[in-house]
Design a protein around this ligand. Sequence first.
Ligand code: CA
Ligand code: CA
Length: 555
Amino acid sequence: MRENLRVRRTRARSAAAASITAFGLAIGAGSSSGTTIQVPAQQPTLQAGILAAAAGDTVLVANGTYSGPGNRNVDFSGRNVTVRSVGGAAACVIDAGDVARGVIFDGGETATARLEGLTIRDGFHQSAGGGILILGASPTISDCVIESCRTGAGAGGTAGIPGGSGGDGGGIHITAGAPHFRRCTIIANATGAGGAGFVSALGPGGTIGGNGGRGGGVFAGASANPTFEHCVILANQTGAGGQGGSSVECILVICETYGENGGRGGDGGGLYVTSTLQLVNCVVRDNSTGIGGAAGVGAGMPLPSPGRGGNGAGWSGGTSASIVANSTFNSNIVAAAGPSGQAAGSIGGIDGAVTIVNSILWGDSAPELAIGASVSFSDVQGGAAGTGNLAADPRFQNAGAGDLHLRSDSPCIDAGSNALVPMGLGTDFDGDARIQDGNGDATAVVDPGAFERRDPTDAPEPGGDPRTLAIDSADDGAVRIRYSVAIPGAPVALAVFDVTGRRLRVLARGVLPAGEHVATWNRTSDSGALVAAGVYFVQLRVGPRIAARKLVLAP
Ligand SMILES: [Ca+2]
Ligand SMILES: [Ca+2]
């Protein structure tokens, strides 16, 4: 991680700069050089479309709901192709019918294998990844919804074999690979419950119950290194633990009943991470873990114990190389204690020794964090050791309604660390420009959490705002500023400021047509003088709205 986007002067370096411009990638223009194959006009199913495509081609999917053979277990088959809907995820659905996975990447696909703008609904797999399976692949998945997918319950135990565990990764299972998810919604997925232990009525051999499946939304396996950017992980749930079995042992006419232990509820309601995962500009909300399994019935020694509820309602596990940056956790709930002595789950926010920066964890089951997390410039209910942390109500707009934007009196406004903003992160969850001066002191500082607050006079944030502002370099050393005007007829002003707030150069002013515009700055002030290397800000005003973006001019 490092400071914000730098704009450099040489051709070679400008390519590097462009590659880290999140906005540029977010345009999602895809490959324009390949062939376009239309589904269903030219190929009847998604699978047929992919198999007819070669690397660089686009499979363009018409609006509609796709189901049945050829439209479930859709396998990219090692092809680095783009599968894109015409009308976006709301209009284009893969319905796996609760009998198969939605989409599979297990052929070494790379970042140029793209899935864009589809909903994957009602996917099912018994053991791993109801919606999407990624096994040794690194695709780019953008603007998708993974919804109501699940894994199966564990089998019941038999003599000598405990109850099976529920499958892992209700929505997404990443066994290995470095996939990149952007602007995806992973909602209402679930993992299966653990199977009950074996009950032996006529002799020894009762067995323990299985554990609930881990990772209601997402499971990241031991060789996985996924990134989730601008994603929402919402209302996913792990399965309950299975009840322990029991057995009866008789010595002559004296019989005694022995109970076995119950299984744990699944860990990681939202995400379960065994390795490394990056979560940037994401919202993790309303996920929950399953209850522990009850102990099997029995009075003999040793006394059987019930399972605990699942740990880590938002996130469970992960190494210190896992990074949670500019993300908001809220209302993630661990399982309560069960009626048969099952212990409650623990850790509502993040249960892992991960690195957390510029984030908010508030309103989840207490405690928010496990010991071992490295936390800085974050607002954590109950507090957290580390530099720049807060423990104050973040004053969300309306957490009960799921609106986690910051109110104008939020202590999180301008309370983050600009130095810890991940490379290339130029926008917040909504696509609004980071970093903004939200408290009007002429210094733009990043806000912890997924949403950047605009200036203090700004009206409450809407759920989303199409206005954008992006900066990249031109080959001749000038700075190219792309911006869009989303309010027709509104006065527009685009200007460059220095770090003291002095306006150096007006680049555009007036009423401009709605849509995309580009301004080029030759690094001179309004008086024509060349400005020095250093830090500047580009500010865009469109009517009442203001966006700002940091700009570093290299020598
Ligand atoms: Ca700010
Ligand atoms: Ca400020």
